[in-house]
Design a binder for this molecule. Sequence first.
Ligand code: EPU
Length: 420
Amino acid sequence: MDKLVIKGKTPLKGEVKISGAKNAAVAILPAALLIDGICTIDNLPNISDVKLLCEIIEELGAKITWTSNNSITIDSRNLCCTNAPLELTRKFRASYYLIGALLGRCHHVQVGMPGGCKLGARPIDQHIKGFEALGATVDVGQGKITANTDKLVGTSIYMDMVSVGATINIMLASVLAEGTTIIDNAAKEPHIVDVANFLNTMGADVRGAGTDVIKINGVSKLSGNISYSVVPDQIEAGTFMLAAVASRGDLIIKNCITKHLECISAKIIEMGAHAEEIDGDAIHVWCDSKTSKANIKTSPYPGFPTDLQSQMGVVLSISDGTSIINESIWESRFQYTDELNKMGAKITAQGKTAIFEGVDNLYGAPVYATDLRAGAALIIAGVCAEGTTEIYNLEHIDRGYENIEEKFKNIGANIERVSE
Ligand code: EPU
């Protein structure tokens, strides 16, 4: 079992380069199965969720070649299987994108019930509603999902709630459908736009991604031999922005899209830190004094992302005064607060609300990553804390952050991965 050992308390300084977005990459890889051809994908984050997805895609008969640490080619001309390996698909959430992609191309699919971080109930009723509206029959039971259709026909689908996964999955299923599909009340996250751009590069006709109405005009064929670069990760960039603020450091965060970071910049500036955009693809964040309290409510893009809630929780736990976070997406996303309290934070979490009474210092302690973003938050806490922090359950962190200890080390953190 590996652990991260961090000796605080270090202001982070220097430059960090952001990787491609996890939540775009895990949808683009299944989307590549929609073509009977070859595509090259660059700026792919080298993380365990991506490697697992590549393993599943190879089991389906497609050929994957890593051409560098962050680039692959996928040759899906010999795709021969639409029953994805159940155990592998159960290991993470994004395996549900295989449903939309394989239903779209092959009209049949079977996957294991998707797993992923335990953030509360994670229903997929909106995905199913979309597939059924397009003409598929979907069976859920015995830990797996099976979907079949003779043909998919475009239609209007109103999403009962804003769902990233369901929006993308319906886009994947409908690009090759007959006629036009309209997704109303669609999610607007940067990775929705990125997946739509990828599909359009393959010859799809997806319009309006990034707004709450997406229109997909079905095409009869998509073309191969394309190359595409994954959008920079909004959440990784936000993680380093909040690490700069919490540690009272000074970071230049490169290879990001600053437009995607406005909700974070606005909040940290309100709290007394500084953020300045550099040429639209980098951001300078620094903080020279204790930040002041703030209230945060997570919401779909362009609101404050739930995936940065726990990292912001670290900042609030050492800010002046009493702050409140209201988590409106996931019901169990405050598990990290118990871990921060072990480090001296004063947080009371109940249901979807947590109250942070700011303290002067955090202190190193053994702590457990309860999910991916909680793990990132604990690294930030360890960097800020006095003494030594040991973080366990690294498999959560490795699912979504590429080379995280190297990136933190390069900006001054005293952090080591140790095998026990
Ligand atoms: N929901 C339903 N029914 C559905 C789908 C969603 O009730 O059919 C509810 C969920 O329970 C939740 C809300 O709608 O309360 C939003 O869920 P969404 O579908 O948007 O989440 P997701 O697609 O499962 C993705 C990211 C999450 C991120 C959320 C919200 C991926 C693989 N995962 O999940 O990322 O928190 O969107 O932005 O893209 C992470 O990266 O750490 C992570 C958890």
